[in-house]
Write a protein that binds this ligand. Structure first.
Ligand code: MG
Length: 160
C-alpha cells in the first residue's frame, strides 16, 4: 500500500462555471484557471500521482499547454489514473475535503463521488467527499477561493 496527498486552491471569479468533482454547481461565480479549474479533482489527481511516486499535476498537464485550456478536469483525472495503473498500481480509496464558504455542497456530494468513481473505474464506496467551511477565515472564508485536500491509497499490483 502507498499513500499520497494532494492540495489545490483556485480563485472564484464572475463569469466562470463552478465545477467541483466533475459536477457543475449553479452559482453566480466559478473557479478561475486554465482548465475548468476543478480544484477538487486537481487535488485527487495530485494525491494519486503522489501515491504512485509520479510527480504532480503540473508536470503531467502544464498550464502553458494549449491542449488543456478549458478542458474538463475529469479528462485529466482519467489520464492520471491510466498513468497510475500503467505504473503498476490500483486505486484502493480516495478521501477528499473541499473547503468553501458557499454554496452548500451536501446535496451534491453523492453525485461527485459517483462521477469521480466512474472516471476512475472504481466503486463509489471507495471515494469519500467531505465539505467544510473555513469559518469565515482567510481568503476561502471570505468567499474569494475554494480549496481542496485529497488523500489517495494505492496498492502495488505489479511494478512496471
Ligand atoms: Mg488546479
Amino acid at each position: 500500500m502507498r499513500v499520497g496527498i494532494g492540495y489545490d486552491i483556485h480563485r472564484l471569479a464572475k463569469g466562470r462555471r463552478l465545477v467541483l468533482g466533475g459536477v457543475e454547481i449553479p452559482c453566480g461565480r466559478g473557479l478561475l484557471g486554465h482548465s475548468d479549474a476543478d480544484a477538487l479533482t486537481h487535488a485527487v489527481c495530485d494525491a494519486l500521482l503522489g501515491a504512485a511516486g509520479l510527480g504532480d499535476i503540473g508536470r503531467h498537464f502544464p498550464d502553458t499547454d494549449q491542449r488543456y485550456r478549458g478542458i474538463s478536469s475529469l479528462k485529466l483525472l482519467a489520464t492520471t489514473v491510466a498513468t497510475v495503473r500503467a505504473a503498476g498500481f490500483e486505486v484502493e480509496n480516495i478521501d477528499v475535503t473541499v473547503v468553501l464558504q458557499e454554496p452548500r455542497l451536501a446535496p451534491l456530494i453523492r453525485e461527485m463521488e459517483e462521477t469521480l468513481a466512474g472516471t476512475l473505474g472504481i466503486e463509489a464506496s471507495r471515494i469519500n467527499v467531505k465539505a467544510a467551511t473555513n469559518e469565515g477565515l482567510d481568503a476561502v472564508g471570505r468567499g474569494e477561493a475554494i480549496a481542496a485536500w485529497a488523500a489517495a491509497c494505492v496498492a502495488e499490483k505489479h511494478r512496471a
